[in-house]
Write a protein that binds this ligand. Structure first.
Ligand SMILES: Cc1cc2nc3c(=O)[nH]c(=O)nc-3n(C[C@H](O)[C@H](O)[C@H](O)COP(=O)(O)OP(=O)(O)OC[C@H]3O[C@@H](n4cnc5c(N)ncnc54)[C@H](O)[C@@H]3O)c2cc1C
Length: 303
């Protein structure tokens, strides 16, 4: 109920204005977001790299409403790739197709994503495509498949809470497209997604097996210690070398677990968002864990 309310609030333009104008909200959000600028993101990337962690850099923004905004997002991504390359940082890129114009025209999102994929390919950086709300899943996968024809450096996220995802994963495995497996962060109806957390977890475990058995480069994106343990068991069962898959976790979430997997010698990539459009991302992080909301509210009250 609380989760659903927060996820609904993530789409409210009114609340976005209120929350983003509030300096305390910004301070709490800083736990999850590297800063407003590429310079601040660079600082955070360097600290993570120094701790033995790679980065997936996300320029925040979603559901752009004009072609000009979509092209601006592309420019920001291209600048981020250039910065990563110029400064020799261990990072790649993660994009949201609605930031690149998917709400406007599918061809526009494909065109813009192609520019990002092409620049990534030039410098040897992978471009991960985030998976957004279920209404975008089919179009997202169509675009990723189209990109795959020209670029071998593109991967995509698959959410275990969607009923369709098991078939999507099998198809992506057959096509040799790297997959980041997550549980799913949006508010979805029981028509398309498992409503119970136990079912989402169960689906994740089953898909993890298919991912580690058949995907060219599995990206296991979770902070769930049970799934991290299961990954280690499945990796041994499928005779996977440690440099053929990676764990991924979000910036500011379960840093203890992040350090633990690195200390154990596994690859870990931290998903690192930056930019001024942090409100919906922040609300999804609050929805995932009620303690985050209480922390946020208690900071507001202490003011
Ligand atoms: C690298 C990465 C990329 C992602 N990309 C996408 C995407 O493209 N599309 C999408 O829908 N979702 C994405 N997600 C989010 C994902 O779908 C989940 O909502 C999120 O990861 C929580 O699920 P979990 O697997 O950690 O398991 P859960 O069972 O939800 O959590 C396990 C434990 O992790 C900790 N934890 C989880 N979330 C938080 C939090 N916000 N704050 C503090 N502690 C927390 C808690 O200790 C919790 O008990 C991504 C997640 C990661 C790690």
């Amino acid at each position: 109920m609380l989760k659903a309310t927060l996820l609904k609030a993530a789409g409210s333009a009114f609340l976005q204005r209120q929350v983003t104008a509030n300096p305390i909200a910004r301070r709490v959000a800083d736990r999850f977001i590297a800063g407003n600028t590429l310079d601040e993101a660079e600082h955070a990337i360097r600290a993570l790299n120094a701790g033995g962690m790679s980065v997936a850099l996300d320029y925040l923004g979603e559901n752009t409403e004009s072609e000009a905004q979509a092209r601006e997002s592309t420019s920001s991504y291209l600048a981020a790739i250039d910065r990563i390359q110029d400064r020799g940082m261990d990072a790649n890129i993660s994009v949201k197709l609605t930031a690149l114009g998917l709400d406007i025209r599918q061809e526009l999102a494909l065109e813009e994503a192609s520019k990002v994929a092409a620049r990534g390919k030039e410098v040897g950086a992978m471009v991960g495509v985030d998976m957004e709300a279920a209404i975008y899943a089919g179009r997202t996968l169509d675009i990723v498949e189209a990109l795959k024809r020209d670029y071998d450096n593109v991967g995509v996220c698959v959410q275990s809470y969607l009923y369709r995802s098991r078939d999507d994963l099998d198809r992506l495995n057959r096509l040799g497209i790297p997959v980041r497996l997550v549980k799913g962060a949006y508010q979805e109806s029981p028509e398309v997604a498992y409503p119970e957390k136990a079912s989402v977890d169960h689906a994740y475990a089953r898909m993890l097996d298919a991912l580690l058995a058949h995907n060219p480069y599995p990206m296991v994106a979770t902070h769930d210690p049970a799934m991290v343990r299961l990954t280690k068991t499945l990796v041994a069962r499928h005779h996977r070398d440690r440099d053929t898959f990676e764990f991924q976790m979000l910036y500011g979430v379960r840093r203890d677990l992040q350090q633990q997997v690195v200390a154990e010698g596994y690859r870990l990539r931290v998903y690192l968002p930056y930019g001024t459009q942090w409100y919906p991302y922040f609300m999804r992080r609050l929805a995932e864990r009620p303690a985050n909301l209480y922390f946020f509210l208690s900071n507001l009250v202490k003011r």
